[in-house]
Design a protein around this ligand. Structure first.
Ligand code: C5P
Length: 232
């Protein structure tokens, strides 16, 4: 199974992201484009980065009625991204509709990954704001199972949850994990972090790394270190 390091390109303009990618010369890292860059620059930025030969994880976290998600996924699929995502909270029906929309005429489609509960949601806010009266770990695993039932390829989760997700949903169900930091690096606002080599040991399939690479003095060196520690 493909394992890779995905760089979270959390920039707010085309100029910034392209000059960051220029640093990599011939190398073509897997790139995550999130809402900030997509809303600033639109689909053109996806096409431009794709044209440069990068794989793209388009992180827009769709959540709407099944019909709207299906039609929107069809549009994203035509952008030829390699991976995209949605909120599992939209229900199994919404996730099934997403897969239908994403699937191209030739039967291929980008990988589809679910967000279970956001890592910014804790037990207290889930219980009080969302009125979900179950332990958060149970809810995360339940949503992961729902994603597998709907036919999705995996979930975004903390590296700490990756092992359990594989136990519950199978070894081939992908775990895409942010919250990765170098052992000698700054943690910033991430609460529960792991190093790239710990993430590998626990079974993460893809790690999503932003500031430890984008904010490094030498981003290419930081990326290469990350790949070396994660892929071994
Ligand atoms: O800079 P950093 O390495 O913390 O970036 C992590 C990336 O992963 C960011 O784009 C962030 O939005 C995303 N992410 C996350 N936690 C989640 C889901 C996505 O940090 N639960």
């Amino acid at each position: 199974m493909a394992k890779d390091v995905i760089i979270a390109c959390d920039f707010n303009s085309k100029e910034k992201v392209l000059s960051f990618l220029d640093l990599f010369k011939g190398k073509k890292p897997f790139i995550k484009i999130g809402m900030e860059l997509f809303y600033a620059e639109g689909p053109e930025i996806v096409k431009e980065i794709k044209k440069r030969g990068h794989k793209i994880f388009l992180d827009l976290k769709l959540h709407d009625i099944p019909n709207t998600v299906k039609k929107s996924m069809a549009v994203l699929s035509r952008l030829d991204v390699d991976m995209t995502n949605l909120h599992a909270g939209g229900t199994i029906n919404m996730m099934k509709a997403a897969i239908e929309g994403l699937t191209r005429e030739d039967g291929t489609r980008p990988l589809l990954i679910a967000v279970t509960q956001l890592t910014s949601t804790d037990q207290e806010s889930m219980t009080n704001d969302l009125l979900i009266n179950e332990p958060i770990d149970k809810v995360v695993m339940h949503y992961a199972k729902n994603s597998a039932i709907a036919g999705l390829d995996g979930v975004v989760c903390s590296p700490l949850e990756a092992g359990k997700v594989h136990e519950v949903c199978g070894e081939n169900f992908l775990t895409v994990t942010p919250g990765v930091r170098f052992s000698d690096g700054e943690v910033g606002d991430q609460k529960r972090v792991m190093t790239p080599s710990e993430a590998r040991k626990i079974g993460s399939d893809y790690i999503v790394v932003g500031r430890p690479i984008t904010g490094a003095e030498d981003p290419v060196k930081a990326y290469e270190r990350c790949v070396k520690e994660f892929l071994g």
